[in-house]
Design a protein around this ligand. Structure first.
Ligand code: CTP
Length: 430
């Protein structure tokens, strides 16, 4: 027997207790909550477990406060009891037998242990209540199958049925069985996301199966693919995932014209600098990702992903502004002209263009618009103009527009100045 496999057996025999890690890494309030929850569940004769990403991240010492609890019993009933104890509020999802519990600044997801069967590739699975063992066996990757007992008698004990810990140590993303990607091809997107987020590698067979099953993505609805894309764009470095998606022939499934190249990486990085300390909004990343698409291609992507009206509009705005970049690059542009070129467009579309354009002048004009011009308004209102004797609605509109333009171009800076300007114009007319 070689030393490596001996080591694996010893590890299997060992009972790993993570109670002290939990205490060290998670806030006391959450630790206290889990201990109480374990006791309450035990009093109802139910076993409770901490599962999935948070356990994985506990072992990796990565911050993760998204607690996912699984109960062998009834998650909604347990959530109701815990809500009373914590004076929290719950949202229940009876069709999935899950609940979200929120109190103070905390939020925890509770699910009833369940098994899943896939009737046909791409379809959502049929679920039924089950044991923790089956619940773990339906999961995507070994590193996500780790669980921790929360029941008082075994509090903190690690459950590792698929050698997830071993894969964590070897930095591997591995599926549980060869049909995993055919059952649910969204795992293709997920696998690459974990690989890049954690700086892991797809295990060799997993990689082969992933490549083999890429065509299975055709059976997945646009809504589910959009969700996966949104998850990618919420990663710390989405461009790395997108680059890898392109490398393996997955990005092409989204749209053949999308690219995960150095340009995108540079622009995403600039977007982060601009938004710092917050991450950029997903729609800004999306506008940059779709920046080189034609109008027709934007419509194809929008239809495929069933993008919301507002997000689709951002992509269209992006393309429309792009077609005006030559005008925006003109150095002598009056401020009122910049305003006219950019008014009405969404902020993310303007920012995407300002990051994407090679023209420093166009960029400066877009920045000026975002920083100041879009907020410039005349001080006089329609009512003021009526009081000054302008009665026709059309004229009022025209005068307000002229005042706006004068304000934008700095020809007038005070309300009194505006009054004088209007009087002057009135004098010209009479
Ligand atoms: N899961 C799965 N197949 C999917 C989606 C999810 O098997 N297509 C499983 C995974 O094992 C995961 C769990 O469901 O651990 C919850 O999924 P999700 O909410 O996406 O993961 P989190 O752990 O909450 O977040 P993350 O792993 O991104 O940190």
């Amino acid at each position: 027997m070689n030393p490596a496999s001996t080591c694996a057996i010893i590890r299997e025999m060992e009972i790993t207790n993570l109670a002290s890690e939990i205490k060290k890494q998670l806030p006391a309030e959450l630790v206290n909550f889990m201990q109480v929850a374990g006791k309450v569940a035990a009093n109802q004769g139910q076993n409770l477990y901490l599962v999935g990403g948070v356990v994985r991240d506990l072992l990796l010492r990565r911050t993760n406060l998204d607690l996912d609890l699984v109960v062998e019993g009834n998650a909604i009933e347990l959530a109701q009891q815990l809500a009373e104890i914590n004076q929290g509020k719950i949202t229940t999802y009876p069709q999935f037998n899950t609940a979200k519990l929120q109190w103070g600044k905390w939020s925890v997801d509770l699910a009833t242990a369940r098994s899943e069967t896939y009737t046909k590739p791409g379809a959502l699975p049929k679920v039924k209540p089950s044991s923790i063992e089956s619940d773990l066996s339906r999961r995507d990757f070994t590193i996500n199958t780790l669980a921790i007992y929360l029941s008082p008698s075994r509090y903190g004990e690690l459950i590792d049925r698929y050698e997830g810990r071993n894969d964590l140590e070897h930095k591997l993303v591995r599926i549980l069985h060869p049909k995993s990607f055919t059952d649910d091809a969204t795992r293709i997107w997920r696998g690459l996301r974990y690989e890049q987020r954690l700086d892991f590698q797809l295990e060799q067979e997993t990689l082969q199966l992933l490549k083999r099953d890429i065509p299975m993505l055709d059976a997945i609805s646009g809504d589910r693919i959009r969700y996966e894309l949104e998850c990618i764009l919420q990663e710390e470095r989405p461009e790395q995932v997108i680059r890898r998606d392109e490398e393996l022939g997955v990005l092409i499934k989204l749209h053949p014209s999308l690219k995960g190249n150095g340009w995108l990486a540079e622009k995403f990085d600039q977007a982060r600098q601009l938004s710092s300390p917050n991450p950029p909004p997903v729609e800004l990343y999306l506008a940059l990702l779709a920046y080189h698409l034609t109008d027709v291609e934007i419509e194809q992507l929008t239809a495929y992903l069933r993008l919301s009206k507002s997000i689709a509009q951002i992509l269209r705005d992006g393309a429309s502004i792009k077609s005006k970049l030559q005008l925006l690059a003109y150095p002598e542009l009056r401020r009122s002209h910049i305003y006219r070129l950019l008014q009405g467009y969404s902020q993310s579309a303007i920012i995407a263009n300002s990051l994407a354009t090679g023209s420093a002048i166009a960029r400066r004009h877009m920045e000026t618009f975002l920083r100041t011009l879009r907020y410039v308004k005349p001080a006089l209102t329609g009512d003021d103009l009526i009081r000054m004797g302008i009665t026709s609605g059309l004229q009022i509109k025209e005068v307000l527009n002229l005042l706006h333009e004068a304000r934008l171009d700095g020809k007038v800076t005070t309300k009194q100045g505006e009054v004088e300007l209007v009087k002057g114009w009135m004098g010209e007319v009479t």
